[in-house]
Design a protein around this ligand. Structure first.
Ligand code: NAP
Length: 445
């Protein structure tokens, strides 16, 4: 791997890079099939990703014609790595086995190890024989929509493909490793003004928020819309706030500490709610919700922006969904992509139908949506929300922080990149966009 890293750092040509011999094994963060029952009987909060995530050598698989081998300079922690490493809501080996039965190339994924990670920035080392648009030496970021385009269902919106998967979660050979194997249609140009770790953190969370708010398939925010965002300094929330501001909307952001409230204000969000300070108790016990508390939140929102939100950006799930449906404006939209606190959801349907509200589901993003989000990052309109950086060897510590809701924005992970700050190829553009803006989360978290 050292030869690969030296070549990249020395600015070697694509031809030189293509001639470097690939190793037979590579360093990767992975969970083991033999340990998938290790946390049985424990509560979610007691499960420690550090115990399940191993960092060690795994064999490099053969390359399919439509794939590339990528030298991963950096990656990031997403919540799906937390889910994989605590084996919730199920072990991801079931996903790998299903993919394994799909085709000859799919069979490579059904291993007794699962290399996790659904983000990466890096350099193309090899391309398969069917790859047209990319070549060795290209600097790229990777989005995680893993689609087999031979299926007709993939051709209207690839997120509707019958066999759509999330790379590094429902497939093997993910991004938290020195090398990854990705389909050519996952690649996007690396933003030239960002470092490897700043480039690596945006695709999964940013594209998810883009589809939820901006793309054609979910809430389709308009200029002037007010958008209520849970977890507004978290991974998807922090991109959501930026997309609302960039698109001429009015964000109302919810956070759970004064420090996060300050960070949110520094992003330009004026309407801020600290849910811990307010002490909302939407559930009076495990089975009963308290409408008075929904009403109190609604009143607080009206106090801040003078009305009910057109859109509610929902992902905490069971703990907040009833409140989200209640506070949405008549005719407005609740857009949901997750259920961190529980997926068996309860809300008062009278408030939905009598006020003609809509609940829209959303999941990651198709290639075009991910590409559009990457373009916004590349243009400097949207900033990375990198708050801290870990090494691959300490990936378990990073996953634990996300599991415990102790991190703001995104946590970057250095894979082959030996230190932070490398990989910026257009310093003038960086200066034009502004160091302060680009590093806001790194400085304030
Ligand atoms: P994150 O970085 O941990 O941020 C989540 C934020 O949600 C936290 O910062 C926290 O903010 C807030 N939160 C957590 N529990 C809450 C609760 N019970 N009530 C209210 N707020 C709560 O995670 P993320 O990357 O943004 O992901 C959020 C969820 O979306 C995860 O479940 C993830 O798996 C899912 N996701 C889905 C997709 C998809 O494609 N479907 C893509 C990305 C993420 P405060 O404590 O400051 O309020």
């Amino acid at each position: 791997m050292q030869e690969i890293l030296d070549a990249i750092n020395a600015g070697a040509t694509g031809d030189d890079i293509a001639n470097i011999e690939l190793p037979e094994t590579y360093r990767a963060a992975h969970v083991l099939r033999s340990e998938q029952e290790m946390f049985e009987g424990l509560e979610s909060a007691e499960k420690d990703p550090r115990e399940a995530l191993h960092v060690g050598e795994v064999p490099l698989p053969e390359l399919a014609p439509n794939e590339v081998v990528l030298a991963n300079m950096a990656s990031s922690i997403n919540f799906n790595t937390v889910w994989t490493s605590i084996f919730e809501p199920m072990s991801t080996f079931g996903f790998l086995d299903r993919l394994g039965k799909e085709s000859e190339w799919g069979a490579r994924h059904a291993q007794d190890f699962h290399v996790v990670g659904s983000d990466a920035s890096g350099v193309v080392l090899r391309v398969g024989s069917a790859v047209r648009n990319w070549k060795p030496g290209d600097q790229v970021t990777v989005h995680c929509n893993y689609v087999d385009d031979q299926d007709p269902s993939a051709h209207n919106d690839s997120m509707l493909a019958a066999n759509q998967r999330i790379w590094g979660f429902e497939s093997n050979f993910g991004g938290l490793a020195d090398i990854s194997i990705v389909k050519a249609n996952q690649l996007m140009p690396k933003p030239s003004h960002l470092s490897w770790e700043e480039s690596a953190v945006n695709a999964l969370c940013g594209s998810t928020s883009y589809r939820m708010l901006v793309g054609n398939h979910a809430a389709r925010m308009k200029q002037g819309d007010s958008v209520f965002v849970w977890g507004a300094t978290g991974g998807i929330g922090a991109y959501a706030i930026q997309l609302v501001l960039n698109g001429g909307g009015i964000p109302v952001g919810v956070v759970s500490s004064p420090k996060r409230a300050e960070l949110l204000r520094a992003m330009g969000c004026e309407a801020v709610i600290d849910r811990r300070e307010q002490g909302y108790k939407f559930w009076s016990d495990d089975t009963t919700q308290d409408e008075r508390e929904w009403r109190r939140l609604g009143k607080d929102v009206r106090g801040l922006i003078g009305g009910d939100p057109d859109i509610v950006f929902e992902h905490p799930g069971r703990s907040t969904f009833g409140a989200s449906v209640f506070i949405t404006k008549r005719g407005g939209t609740i857009v949901t992509c997750a259920a961190t606190s529980g997926y068996m959801i309860e809300y008062d349907n009278r408030h939905l139908w009598m006020k003609l509200k809509n609940i829209i589901s959303s999941h990651f993003a198709n290639y075009q949506e991910a590409w559009n989000m990457n373009r916004l990052i590349d243009s400097g309109a949207i900033q990375p929300v990198l708050s801290d950086v870990f090494t691959l060897d300490t990936v378990g510590d990073a996953a634990l922080k996300v599991h415990r809701n102790e991190a703001e924005g995104k946590l970057g992970v250095l894979c082959l990149a030996p230190e932070e700050g490398m990989g910026i190829t257009d310093p003038e553009k960086r200066e034009r966009i502004g160091e302060d803006k680009i590093t806001l989360f790194r400085r304030m978290s």
